[in-house]
Design a protein around this ligand. Structure first.
Ligand code: HEC
Ligand code: HEC
Length: 217
């Protein structure tokens, strides 16, 4: 261990005198949490712009799977564009600490610094969403009923979510189906007490219909 302000040879001497080196070291300022860093950026339009510019440089690697500017073209890979920044950060943390399981994402995100994660989340949240091509009208109208009975309470009438809750509007249909099925399965790949309870009330046909509606928003 290195003690700021002391040459390495001094620490053993201090120990001999019975003085703990920790008591002499300057108090460490605690690192701000990712959420705190994010809110400090979001209160300032200028900081948001700078963070988004820095985030874009790192995020270009993510485009390989999540699509240019986070508009995905792979059915089971989510759009990141227009997603809420705080939700993106929470998911990145969940991949890293194992609360959400997807080995590739876990390995990749462990390589990023906290600052890079925050900047990437800010960047994607500033990109406008794209509308999906029209889906099956019968599925959509059935899905709308489920949405307005259950989902709108948390995800909002237009599926835009908020700081804590995911935006689901205009997400890829197959990714929505996969996510709802994972929450329901309790396999541990995607654990969330709220969403597991919600999904446990849905049949396969309900999941397909509600996914079709949500992705049409
Ligand atoms: C090799 C392909 C690949 C690359 C590259 C990749 N991702 Fe992913 N990512 C995925 C897949 C697939 C999922 C969906 C995993 C699941 O179903 O749980 C995902 C999910 C996510 C999610 C969760 C989104 C949500 O709506 O819940 C975030 C956040 C994310 N990735 C961030 C990133 C970032 C940041 C980068 C670049 C540093 C990146 N990904 C690069 C494949 C990739
Ligand atoms: C009581 C609040 C609540 C209700 C009701 C609710 N959700 Fe959620 N939903 C959440 C929360 C919180 C999360 C984030 C969970 C996590 O971290 O994995 C979430 C996440 C999701 C995700 C993952 C998004 C992504 O990008 O991966 C999908 C899909 C989803 N919800 C769909 C639905 C649908 C469809 C319904 C209605 C059938 C619904 N939710 C009802 C709170 C709710």
């Amino acid at each position: 261990m290195r003690i700021p302000g002391f040459k390495s040879g001094i620490a053993p001497l201090l120990l001999l005198c019975g003085i703990s080196s920790a008591s002499l070291a300057a108090p460490q300022t605690p690192q701000p949490s990712l959420e705190d860093r994010l809110s400090q950026i979001q209160i300032s339009p200028q900081k948001t712009q700078l963070a988004a510019e820095a985030g874009k440089r790192t995020a270009s690697f993510c485009f390989n799977c999540h699509g240019t500017e986070g508009h995905s073209t792979h059915p089971e890979t989510p759009n990141l564009a227009a997603q809420n920044a705080a939700y993106l950060l929470v998911q990145m943390q969940k991949f890293v600490d194992g609360r959400r399981k997807y080995p590739f994402m876990e390995g990749l995100l462990k390589e990023l610094t906290d600052e890079e994660k925050v900047n990437i989340a800010v960047y994607f949240s500033t990109i406008p969403a794209k509308k999906n091509p029209p889906g099956d009208p019968a599925q959509i109208s059935r899905g709308k009923q489920i949405f307005s009975q259950i989902c709108h309470v948390c995800h909002g009438d237009k599926g835009l979510g908020n700081e804590q809750i995911a935006r689901i509007a205009s997400q890829q249909t197959p990714y929505l189906i996969k996510s709802l099925t994972l929450y329901r399965s309790s396999s541990g790949e995607r654990k969330d007490p709220i969403m597991s309870k919600v999904a446990s009330q849905l049949t396969d046909a309900d999941i397909k219909a509600v996914a079709a509606y949500v992705s049409s928003l």
